[in-house]
Ligand binder design. Structure first.
Ligand code: FES
Length: 111
């Protein structure tokens, strides 16, 4: 699986920050959670909300459209739209991308 640079320098992504990048047709959400960097698909699986416009709380990203909650560490669904817990399947897991930092830049592994 190919590694692709996000063009994001780690030093410009402080803890709690999120950024959206387009890589080979994929919309990728890159987030910094403490010392970790996670990457998931940036489009909500419910109705296409842009997750970069959502709220990041630790590793949880809350969709700005209807409030589904995803775990950026795993891509898993933590809550359906309107915060329904346990999730009932209205939102499905996000694609998760492996990340690495090389020469100070954030890279993601695309399928
Ligand atoms: S589009 Fe994200 S919760 Fe509906």
């Amino acid at each position: 699986m190919p590694w692709r640079s996000t063009g994001i320098a780690l030093e410009t992504l402080p803890a709690g920050a999120k950024r959206e990048v387009l890589i080979e047709g994929a919309t990728v959400l890159v987030v910094r959670v403490g010392p970790s960097v996670f990457a998931v698909d940036g489009i909500c699986t419910h109705q296409g909300g842009l997750l970069v416009d959502g709220t990041l709380e630790n590793e949880r990203i809350i969709c700005p459209s209807h409030g589904a909650v995803f775990d950026t560490a795993t891509g898993g669904v933590l809550a359906d739209p309107d915060g329904v817990v346990p999730p009932q399947g209205l939102a499905t897991p996000l694609a998760k991308y492996a990340t690495k930092v090389d020469h100070g830049m954030v890279w993601v592994e695309l399928p």
